[in-house]
Design a protein around this ligand. Structure first.
Ligand SMILES: CC(C)(COP(=O)(O)OP(=O)(O)OC[C@H]1O[C@@H](n2cnc3c(N)ncnc32)[C@H](O)[C@@H]1OP(=O)(O)O)[C@@H](O)C(=O)NCCC(=O)NCCS
Length: 174
């Protein structure tokens, strides 16, 4: 079920391409991390300083073996969305941590470009290289949950309003 937004009537197809992220994409990836933090309806926007909080910053700070990220760009090269994944540890787990050998994925598409297939393309691109991944999603975040369900992620835990989902590499959903 698609939840139509006030902007939905203006939705149209948009040409975009996917490419691997480079070090020059780092500022955009931080913006994507900021936008990926769910704010419940009626809540105040989060201060951007939340990106300095260790449990948030460790999604992108520095680099780690196995890091992967893909960027969606318009024809003029401007980035409009990204998905990235990283391995975490038992000592320093992420919100959607399931084990040290399963990376967690995070993603966002800029608001004005959502609902045009970019998020699905980004996630499928990462899954093609890393078919086993976990994630954390808010119970309220129905668009994201619908996308994850459709690509084979299943709920494996819940802590308050955060659901942990896991996609097995054996999943035949693509
Ligand atoms: C989640 C997000 C990345 C999806 O990106 P997107 O480009 O809008 O997604 P797509 O257009 O590729 O749609 C993919 C699927 O998402 C779901 N979806 C997207 N928009 C939806 C909406 N408004 N209502 C319900 N489902 C929706 C559908 O299952 C859709 O599949 P379909 O096109 O076959 O119906 C995007 O909504 C976003 O950036 N949200 C804010 C940040 C965020 O929540 N990140 C995830 C944190 S866990």
């Amino acid at each position: 079920v698609r939840i139509w937004t006030a902007d939905s009537a203006r939705l149209s197809l948009v040409d975009f391409t996917l490419r691997p992220a480079t070090s020059e994409d780092e500022p955009f990836l931080w913006e994507v991390l900021y936008q990926s933090i769910h704010v419940r309806a009626g809540d105040e926007p989060l201060p951007r300083t939340i990106l300095d909080d260790p449990p948030i910053a460790h999604y992108l700070a520095g680099s780690r073996p196995g890091d992967d990220a893909v960027i969606a760009c318009l024809d003029d090269g401007s980035p409009v969305g990204a998905a990235y994944c990283r391995f975490f540890t038992v000592e320093d787990p992420s919100y959607g941590f399931v084990s040290a050998d399963v990376p967690e994925v995070g993603m966002a598409v800029l608001a004005e470009y959502r609902g045009r297939g970019i998020g699905r393309a980004l996630l499928k691109s990462l899954l093609a290289r890393q078919p086993t991944m976990s994630l954390s999603v808010d119970t309220d975040n129905l668009p994201a949950r619908a996308l994850y369900d459709s690509l084979g992620f299943v709920e494996v835990g819940q802590d308050g309003t955060s659901i942990t989902m896991l996609r097995s590499g054996d999943s035949d959903v693509t």
